[in-house]
Design a protein around this ligand. Structure first.
Ligand code: FAD
Ligand code: NAP
Length: 314
């Protein structure tokens, strides 16, 4: 028979935001339930070295996430392998339904479902992900010191990544499918002034070219969108920056959103537009999108939930 579980705090998501919320909510004796979702451990399980997690000069992403899971569990957080398929925010307690058939009722909910970088969907892009193809300059730029890099996209992210990558690369080529950038003018100015950056207009990535031993990228083949002419550009790194999609499916019709789908929280807090629903990590954050900032927001969400529940007792 389908089970119903009640908890004071339901945490949805098992990335740095979710597990940190689990640690703090457990230590506040809230006996939280954390539902892991389809990707236990979140985005960091898809990468290798993480070099900007404080306290670890270098740590493998999947190892770090196992440690976070163990930490949350040790503090008393119940961790469940399930996927939340719907969340009813109109009733109290809130009602979440799991793919397993379990129903979760909760006095407060912490949403920590993260975001996903968008990819072009090319087989060669997939083949070299983590071996020269990346969607995170902050994470991987350091590995391309003195190398040539290409960035795909024309929005704020692409331009910011191109600018950031000039700290490491000998040359950055920004490849965009039009001759007009979506990025803010001030960023465009910086881009055009930077002697290390070249722009290639009206081109789309056709193929990432690489070798297998050792596995790595050697070039990209790009296609002119009008003429179809193919050009090969030598490079060691390919940064795909064509946008991010926050995982907002559970709440996109009921919560306030910003910047194309990120959950809006009150400044300096994790409170959403519905009292008792808190949001943390990449789901709310179009700007920083880092493990440490997500973890920080996970902490804030648990403290905010604790305060909210204290105000609703009795
Ligand atoms: P995520 O890590 O995205 O986790 C989201 C969680 O929500 C997942 O566990 C998922 O299963 C769960 N979920 C989603 N929907 C549901 C649902 N319906 N029901 C239940 N659960 C659900 N940052 C750094 O600071 N340093 C780095 O070196 C670094 N490298 C990166 C490398 C790569 C390849 C990528 C993709 C990202 C990297 N990042 C890095 C960014 C970092 O991973 C993210 O900022 C961080 O993971 C966001 O944490 P989060 O907890 O908000 O969400
Ligand atoms: P974005 O603004 O949606 O831009 C995506 C870019 O990628 C566009 O230039 C788009 O081209 C291109 N693109 C999309 N799909 C493509 C495809 N299949 N092939 C080739 N190119 C493709 O995404 P973003 O830059 O990640 O920004 C997302 C949001 O976060 C925005 O609201 C942005 O302002 C915000 N943001 C803000 C900051 C900041 O404030 N500093 C930093 C980063 C992001 P077209 O232009 O032709 O559509």
């Amino acid at each position: 028979m389908a089970e119903t579980r009640h908890t004071k705090v339901l945490i949805i998501g098992s990335g740095p935001a979710g597990y940190t919320a689990g640690v703090y909510a457990s230590r506040a004796m809230l006996e939280p339930i954390l539902v892991q979702g389809i990707e236990p451990g979140g985005q960091l399980t898809t990468t290798t070295e993480v070099e900007n997690w404080p306290g670890d000069t270098e740590v493998q992403g999947p190892d770090l996430m196992v440690r976070m899971q163990d930490h949350a569990k040790a503090m008393g957080c119940e961790i469940i392998g399930d996927i939340i398929i719907s969340l009813d925010t109109t009733v109290r307690p809130f009602v979440a339904r799991g793919d397993s058939g379990t129903t979760y009722t909760a006095d407060a909910v912490i949403l920590a479902t993260g975001a996903r970088a968008k990819w072009l969907g090319l087989p060669s892009e997939e083949a070299y992900k983590g071996f020269g193809v990346s969607a995170c300059a902050t994470c991987d730029g350091f590995f391309y010191r003195g190398q040539e890099i290409v960035v795909i996209g024309g929005g704020n992210t692409a331009v910011e990544e191109a600018l950031f990558l000039t700290n490491f690369a000998s040359k950055v080529t920004l490849i965009h499918r039009r001759d007009n950038l979506r990025a803010e003018k001030i960023l465009q100015e910086r881009l055009f002034k930077n002697p290390k950056i070249e722009t290639l207009w009206f081109h789309a990535l056709e193929e990432v070219v690489g070798e297998d031993n050792p596995k790595g990228v050697t070039a990209v083949r790009v296609k002119h969108v009008d003429t179809g002419a193919i050009t090969e550009i030598p490079c060691k790194g390919v940064f795909v920056a064509i946008g991010h999609a926050p995982a907002n499916e559970l709440v996109k019709d009921v919560l306030e959103l910003h910047n194309g789908g990120y959950v809006t929280v009150k400044p300096g807090s994790t409170e959403t537009s519905i009292p008792g629903i808190f949001a943390a990590g990449d789901l709310t954050d179009h700007k920083y999108r880092q493990a440490v900032t997500s973890a920080g927001m996970g902490c804030m969400a648990a403290l905010d939930a604790e305060r909210f529940l204290a105000g609703h007792q009795g």
